[in-house]
Design a binder for this molecule. Structure first.
Ligand code: ZN
Length: 285
């Protein structure tokens, strides 16, 4: 199944994207795609509901705004430098253990919302990533069991303000958490739709030119390892979003000079099987 949320910011309703591409309103199911939904038997009940009701459910017009494909979770955890060649372009050593940082959940937005260049930002940058969403709570999960804790996968752009991330002291969270810095979607694909999360192409274009183009096969720490690793330090709750890191091609790594977003720039990105996003950059006001 492909789960969507649609409507105005903060007022999103749950929906589904059907195999034929039609989007339907799933308000009749009676729940948003949130912690309670993922933690219970929500996905099983939703599959049954869809079987009985998809044909007669109201269609969501293709011009309707999509919101983030899951409701605001307890946390967004990101993995840093998880592609060896991205670590190299960032001038950082290849990590021996996963580098983890948080992103404020208030950064979540829809897949095609404008990205707002924050007030006083000079170094707003892009990062196409594979994200996954927790289904069953994970605490001290083994690698063997890890994928049973994953509800599904989604496309994420881990926008980053490099000066605030790297030059202002403290933790990376400062440069990762601005409003609109976490477009998620267009949909959450349930795990059964993604045969191998470690074999997905991912790409990003800036103003029509491809600048990130890689495969999740290049990750240092894969999804299985990350679920198990993270769950040694904290409980992963249903609905939590984990973003698995970006391949090379971010603006910070451009030679001879880094390249950052300016108002009017268009960023398009995709991951195999998880759809595409498009954001236009605009200045904070
Ligand atoms: Zn990232």
């Amino acid at each position: 199944m492909k789960l969507i949320r649609f409507g105005n910011p903060g007022e999103e309703k749950p929906g589904l994207q059907l195999p034929d591409g039609r989007r339907i309103d799933a308000t009749g199911f009676g729940s948003d795609w949130d912690e309670e939904f993922f933690g219970g038997d929500g996905l099983e009940r939703l599959a049954k509901w869809a079987e009985a009701n998809a044909a007669s459910a109201p269609t969501v017009d293709s011009s309707t705004r999509l919101g983030p494909c899951v409701a605001r979770p307890s946390k967004i955890i990101c993995i840093g430098l998880n592609y060896a060649d991205h670590a190299a372009e960032s001038g950082m050593p290849i990590p021996k253990e996963p580098i983890i940082f948080f992103k404020a959940t208030s950064a979540l937005c829809g897949p095609n919302d404008d990205v707002v260049i924050p007030k006083n930002s000079k170094k707003t940058d892009w990062e196409v990533e594979l994200a996954f969403v927790i289904g069953k709570k994970a605490s001290y999960a083994s690698e063997d069991d890890a994928l049973s804790h994953v509800a599904g996968y989604a496309l994420h752009n881990d926008y980053s303000e490099r000066e605030w991330q790297l030059e202002r002291g403290g933790q990376w969270v400062k440069g990762k958490s601005c409003d609109t810095f976490a477009p998620l979607g267009p949909f959450l694909a349930t795990s059964d739709e993604i045969a191998d999360p470690q074999n997905l192409g991912l790409w990003l274009k800036l103003n029509g030119k491809t600048i990130q183009n890689s495969s999740t096969a290049q990750m240092i720490f894969g999804v299985k390892t990350l679920v198990s690793y993270l769950s040694q330090f904290m409980s992963l709750l249903p609905g939590d979003i984990i973003s698995t890191g970006t391949p090379p091609g971010v603006g910070l790594g451009f030679k001879p000079d880094p390249l950052f977003l300016k108002a009017g720039d268009v960023v398009e990105l995709g991951v195999d099987g998880l759809g595409v996003q498009s954001q236009t950059a605009r200045a904070w006001s």
